[in-house]
Design a protein around this ligand. Structure first.
Ligand SMILES: N[C@@H](CCC(=O)N[C@@H](CS)C(=O)NCC(=O)O)C(=O)O
Length: 224
């Protein structure tokens, strides 16, 4: 039995979605973020040394890193579904977006989350708040926000060429890309002004497998 170690409001939601798309049986073991720090509880470190989610167990195997998990599940159990034929241009695009999601799209979204918190002053001693706030604002203006805008423009342009990230057919790369796009709509400035990306979010949210995964995973609200 596949076990998904699922942290609330996290990347592991897309693993549940993938398993629903593939129609595989699985068990969800839930973990709750600390309400103050939003970090994962220490029990996750007993499953994998980094203590992050997602992690899956499948028999003797324990596997972390969402891209690796998506690739493993789709290639091991997909019977050719959700991965384009590796002799096609779709396959190269599939590989590109599978890596882009965590390697390029997520870092500025994470930085935005951190700098927004610093800017809000929460948890920072009052006498250093003005300096911390100024540094956070400068870093956002100089690096984070321009990168976010460029990335959103790039993704919007690519989705203008095909309905899904790898091409005309829905693939596991769309599942992997869902998290940065959901995070971008929560805190990265993605809205109806980018109709292709917005439409992508509407289409994935309407999928039955996506909705079943939400029922299995519980409340899903991305950090702002
Ligand atoms: N690149 C990793 C990132 C894993 C990660 O940072 N997971 C977050 C959840 S979205 C987490 O566990 N955060 C809680 C913590 O860092 O304590 C992946 O894609 O699996």
């Amino acid at each position: 039995m596949i076990v998904v170690h699922h942290l609330n409001n996290s990347r592991s939601q897309r693993i549940l979605w993938l398993l629903e798309e593939l129609g595989l049986p699985y068990e969800v073991k839930r973990y709750q973020r600390d309400a103050k720090t939003m970090l994962a509880p220490p029990e996750l470190r007993a499953v994998h040394p980094l203590g992050k989610s997602p992690v899956i167990s499948d028999g003797e195997l324990t596997l972390a890193e969402s891209g690796a998990i998506v690739e493993y599940l789709a290639s091991r159990y997909g019977n050719g579904r959700l991965i384009p034929d590796n002799r096609t241009p779709e396959y190269l695009r599939y590989v590109y977006w599978m890596h882009f999601a965590e390697g390029t799209a997520m870092p500025p979204l994470l930085l935005k989350l951190i700098f927004d918190r610093i800017e809000s002053g929460k948890g920072i001693p009052f006498f250093v708040r003005p300096v911390a706030r100024a540094i956070a604002q400068r870093a956002k203006q100089m690096m984070v926000l321009p990168n976010l805008q460029r990335q959103l423009d790039h993704m919007e342009g690519e989705l203008g060429r095909h309905e899904w990230f790898a091409g005309p057919a829905f693939s596991a790369a769309d599942i992997q890309m869902s998290f940065p796009l959901e995070a971008a709509s929560a805190r990265g400035g993605l809205d109806t002004g980018r109709p292709k990306l917005w439409g992508f979010l509407q289409r994935i949210h309407a999928r039955h497998a996506y909705q079943r995964a939400l029922e299995k995973g519980g409340a899903y609200e991305l950090l702002r």
